[in-house]
Ligand binder design. Sequence first.
Ligand SMILES: *[C@@H]1O[C@H](CO)[C@@H](O)[C@H](O)[C@H]1NC(C)=O
Ligand SMILES: *[C@@H]1O[C@H](CO)[C@@H](O)[C@H](O)[C@H]1NC(C)=O
Ligand SMILES: *[C@@H]1O[C@H](CO)[C@@H](O)[C@H](O)[C@H]1NC(C)=O
Ligand SMILES: *[C@@H]1O[C@H](CO)[C@@H](O)[C@H](O)[C@H]1NC(C)=O
Ligand SMILES: *[C@@H]1O[C@H](CO)[C@@H](O)[C@H](O)[C@H]1NC(C)=O
Ligand SMILES: *[C@@H]1O[C@H](CO)[C@@H](O)[C@H](O)[C@H]1NC(C)=O
Ligand SMILES: *[C@@H]1O[C@H](CO)[C@@H](O)[C@H](O)[C@H]1NC(C)=O
Ligand SMILES: *[C@@H]1O[C@H](CO)[C@@H](O)[C@H](O)[C@H]1NC(C)=O
Length: 842
Amino acid sequence: MWTAGVLLALAPFIHRTISAPSGFPNTGNGLWYDKPAVVWSRDWLPIGNGYLGAMIPGGTSVETIQLNVESLWSGGPFEDPGYNGGNKVASEGRITAQAMQRLRNSIFASQNGEVESIEELASDAGAYGSYAGAGYLISSIASSGPVSNYARWLDLDEGVSRTTWTQSEGDYMRESFCSHPLHACVQRISRPPSSTAAALPNLLYVFSPTMEQGLPAPNVTCLNRNMLRIRGRATNLPNGMTYELLALFQASGPRAIVSCTQFPVAYGAPLNASLSITGASEAWVTWVGATEYSMDAGDEAHNFTFKGEDPHDTLLALLTPLAPSPTGAAPSTYSLILQNHIKDFRATLSTPFELSLGQTPQLDKPTDYLISAYSTDTGNSYLEWLLFNYGRYLLASSGRGVLPANLQGKWANGYGNAWSADANINTQMNYWSADMTNLDVSRPLFDYMQKTWAPRGAFTAQVLYNISRGWVTHNEIFGHTGMKGGGNTALWANYPESAAWMMLHVWDYFDYNHDVEWWKAQGWPLIKGVAEFQLDKLVQDIYSNDSTLVVSPCNSPEQVPITFGCAHAQQLIWQLFNAVEKGFNASGDTDTAFLAEVRSKRSQMDKGLHVGSWGQLQEWKLEKDSPSDTHRHLSHLVGLYPGYAIASYVPTTATPFNGSVAYTTNQILDAATISLTHRGNGTGPDADSGWEKVWRAAAWAQLGDATQFYHELTYAIDRNFGYNLFSLYNPYDTEPIFQIDANLAYPAVVMNALLQAPDVPSFATPLKITLLPALPKQWPSGSIRGARVRGGMTLDFSWTNGEFSSGALRVDASIIERRVQVVYAGAVLKAFTTSSGLSIAL
Ligand SMILES: *[C@@H]1O[C@H](CO)[C@@H](O)[C@H](O)[C@H]1NC(C)=O
Ligand SMILES: *[C@@H]1O[C@H](CO)[C@@H](O)[C@H](O)[C@H]1NC(C)=O
Ligand SMILES: *[C@@H]1O[C@H](CO)[C@@H](O)[C@H](O)[C@H]1NC(C)=O
Ligand SMILES: *[C@@H]1O[C@H](CO)[C@@H](O)[C@H](O)[C@H]1NC(C)=O
Ligand SMILES: *[C@@H]1O[C@H](CO)[C@@H](O)[C@H](O)[C@H]1NC(C)=O
Ligand SMILES: *[C@@H]1O[C@H](CO)[C@@H](O)[C@H](O)[C@H]1NC(C)=O
Ligand SMILES: *[C@@H]1O[C@H](CO)[C@@H](O)[C@H](O)[C@H]1NC(C)=O
Ligand SMILES: *[C@@H]1O[C@H](CO)[C@@H](O)[C@H](O)[C@H]1NC(C)=O
């Protein structure tokens, strides 16, 4: 699948008969290997609880776990007190507003409706920085002799990673997991249950910053006999963000001794210590970590410092209940901690939702063998099912912290990460699968928008757009809201619809869950703020003089020209305005003037749906599309997936405005199909990443094309997914870059072939739930339990021999009577109006 070298390296597996290690789930729900990991992004296995992440290579005598703390950033206001989120300063507001106006006029006055550059709108990004790795915990055991019976695996039923092996002294097992309830990660070494051997050889634990390239060395000290304290700064500058990790070591066995040793170091050098354990039958380390970052200090009242409390006391309080009691007895809490973790893990992942693709687990081949043998179109339903569970595992393990899942979830190695582990449209993809697969992870995402985007985004709206209500972001996070300058600004940074796209998640969360209290307190204020900004940003199209409102200047994300009326922007803003109307009543807001303004401007808006001369859906209002443009983004098809401006196109909603053609639904869908075809398979000259392929797969499913859906899905797996099933940006490189968005989007993409219920412009349009819209023949039978559908519904159903067999739908909570049609194979199976508690057999 990749290079000849890789295939040769795998040759030993091909002739060996091996099987999954004992203890591996017999459902096949896990990843396993018969040799230790090599390359971080391709082989190591992730665990996490949202607050912390860790990557496990599966070493034997020496294990080097790489650590992450979710808020550890190398830049921002911590590094540079003058950092202002990449914005102009207030005194530049007038001149910027004039420049904006002049650029608009130039666009409208020019023959081609374009300008070459908007560089003058951008500002220096300042010390933007990057999400950074937090160092390595190295655990050694004084074992000896050759290693045999080696296996390492990640159990996706329990969320636990294990390594087992045999050496001269007997059998060993290392077990690692991150507990969400405890905010802690744990690693234990023990003999496997079957072993009768005596105490473990001596154990030694140290912390290494040097392996985390670029991270300044922290002080490592003995907080007491059984605790290591690791305290450092993300940068060497005096303002570098302070972080701390505390590790508590416990052991059991009649002669177990835990002791901490402070090393002598040269004056001025960072302090260093190690922890040793002797005479133990089992030993475990529990670590917690945090920084002084605070999301609550990202507003004007805190001068956008993002600076909170020193993390030490909070961390200590997390470990205190686990530490030995004052009587000296070491409580044997390990099994309890593990049980509680597994309970929480199941309640989050498998209790609410389950999928079967009719797969047969292949327990005789390690995961790296399966992914190497995988091929496009042929596929392997077991691996496709595993990737589905893995996507949800990764979202649950990275999304449940204080911050949302970033471009690498929470797993990043090294000091500076590609794209700072943060980027424009990737956060959006990360959360595609949350609502529909009943995964309760979205709140940190909404807190993040409310607390880190909206406050400074309001300043950006004022200083950059001369707009005094609402807020805007461009394409970076970590409190960066300005347009990031420095060459090709429009291409990379002119993306003021980034928040408009995110608002669809806000609306969907309410539409799926009907949590009215949340909507009033957080969802509605978010949507209103972004809508207010967009209302003021729309301008008359004085190029076409068709009495429509358009955005200007605009470009597609990461694609020029800089023009007006970009389809991506127009579709998103139209959907945003629909959400305002649909959510107004539940918001309790009495600002009817705002609602009236949204309705009025929505009716005047260009809807971003124009069919061009070769039958394509135009990417820009003026026809500028090239049939050979295979750009990675499907920007103008955002209304096909994940949006609905195309997918739920209703002619009447698009007709009543000047200068528009009243397209039929088929004309719009045909145009989208032509554009999608011409966009290629996601292996353009510009990128070869996984996310662009899975997005295409979802779009093909939306069009009901099972063959193309499966082709793109399997192509993504074949080409981009590594041995550890991480999606890789550049899979052919020796140390590829990890991008999590394809992993996290994957479950949503698979769901889109099995169940679709795209949003509709208004509640007057019936919600259409389509069963098995693009079922590939490779998944002839299967079932889903616990799928969520917008409108507050839960759906279970199954299929056999490629045909729907039975299902049940429940309306959990209905806040408005909505008409619903359940459609299968082109026919309406059931039509009903929602009411709370309604049950429908299908
Ligand atoms: C607030 O932060 C800015 C940088 O964004 C800095 O220039 C200014 O001095 C700070 N003001 C106060 C009162 O700390
Ligand atoms: C900025 O907005 C204000 C209020 O709408 C307006 O009076 C002013 O002319 C605008 N400035 C520029 C330079 O467009
Ligand atoms: C502490 O010592 C260990 C073992 O020698 C070493 O690997 C590590 O890098 C040192 N840590 C610091 C902070 O210098
Ligand atoms: C490490 O400890 C030294 C000596 O106590 C102290 O001067 C230094 O600031 C500490 N470094 C960090 C990053 O906390
Ligand atoms: C559009 O209208 C403006 C004035 O409102 C005018 O200056 C411009 O020439 C018109 N453009 C076209 C193409 O008619
Ligand atoms: C909001 O409530 C009003 C008054 O009851 C009703 O006429 C309208 O249809 C409702 N709007 C939506 C979007 O539900
Ligand atoms: C349509 O355009 C004409 C001429 O440009 C204008 O007079 C009319 O008001 C527009 N109608 C609407 C509904 O915007
Ligand atoms: C993907 O597209 C490229 C470029 O058009 C083509 O060479 C390649 O064969 C395609 N591969 C698949 C699996 O579709």
